[in-house]
Write a new protein. Structure first.
Length: 308
């Protein structure tokens, strides 16, 4: 046996060992629902998207019921730039006028949603695992109300309301369609774009993290995975915190340890746990197989937030 054959054999035994070690974790998630928030910045290049889709297919074939909720902020920004439409943000939320809303829906429900569903279908072709692209508008899936935000004037210290336009907050998730898909004998993977409709029929753009949390709560998900572009939540020394309770997460916000974009992610995680999700994990979606490491190994891959 030459050296190349020996290395190949060693890899085969290592793979078998890893699969055997994963058995307890595979049983924990058997027939459980895992909601995955796939962020715009975590999508990366086509190769990253293909790898993400392959990992989602693997989850499905291992007995997990994955539900994907995706963002698409960078893609919306790129399309708005092409169209010559300027964007502004308030507390991380895009101010969405009628023109911006039209572009956002086209990008999210159209290009991004169908591409992710397509990659899942292609990755699962041999086993007939299929991605099903949905919008919050489909079958009354996501009902929303207009988001209200106030901002304090630094000179007068008087708070005034900021009009974000067509930006909404979930008020109701009708999960019947999603449940039918994940409970079907066919291997379907729901892929949801964060677009919702108000009681009066108006279309709204919704923060994808918030939608993922609302969907995970409605499905009583075992886990929600927030795939982003950071490795997890860091302490004041810059070290990753592997596990925390909801109250500890709130403490990090209150004392300023968590700042910027991490605050809404922690708030989403806390809200999802309070809504019934067993735990939420914030992890780096750019790392290959991060979801598999988190779910099926002892080490984990990010910061887990749970009820304490």
């Amino acid at each position: 046996m030459d050296e190349i054959e020996r290395q190949s054999e060693d890899r085969a035994w290592d793979t078998a060992k890893m699969l055997a070690e994963a058995l307890p974790y595979i049983q924990v998630y058997d027939r459980e629902t895992v909601v995955i928030k796939y962020g715009g910045h975590a999508m990366g290049e086509e190769s990253v998207a293909r790898q993400f889709a392959a990992d989602v297919v693997l989850l499905k074939l291992m007995g997990v019921n994955p539900v994907v909720v995706h963002g698409g902020g960078p893609q919306i920004s790129a399309m708005l730039d092409k169209a010559g439409v300027k964007s502004s943000f308030v507390d991380g939320l895009r101010v969405t006028d009628a023109d911006t809303m039209q572009v956002a829906e086209m990008v999210l429900s159209g290009a991004v949603n169908k591409e992710i569903a397509h990659w899942i279908t292609m990755a699962g072709k041999e086993a007939d695992v299929r991605g099903v692209g949905l919008s919050g508008k489909d079958a009354g899936l996501l009902t929303v109300e207009k988001t209200r935000r106030t901002k304090r004037d630094p000179d007068s210290m008087i708070e005034h309301e900021v009009d974000l336009g067509f930006v909404g907050e979930p008020t109701k998730v009708d999960a019947k369609l999603i449940k039918r898909l994940i409970e079907s004998d066919a291997d379907w993977v729901p892929v949801i774009a964060p677009i919702g409709v108000s009681e009066t029929g108006q279309t709204f753009n919704v923060n994808a993290d918030t939608v993922a949390g609302a969907v995970a709560g409605a499905l009583d998900a075992k886990r929600m995975l927030l795939l982003t572009d950071v490795a997890g939540v860091k302490d004041k020394a810059g070290n990753i915190i592997r596990q925390m309770t909801v109250s500890q997460a709130q403490g990090l916000i209150d004392d300023g340890t968590a700042s910027g974009g991490m605050i809404p992610k922690l708030e989403t995680a806390m809200a999802a746990v309070e809504a019934g999700v067993e735990a939420v994990v914030i992890l780096d979606g750019r790392r290959p197989h991060a979801m598999l490491v988190e779910l099926f190994t002892e080490h984990g891959a990010g910061t887990l937030v749970q009820r304490g």
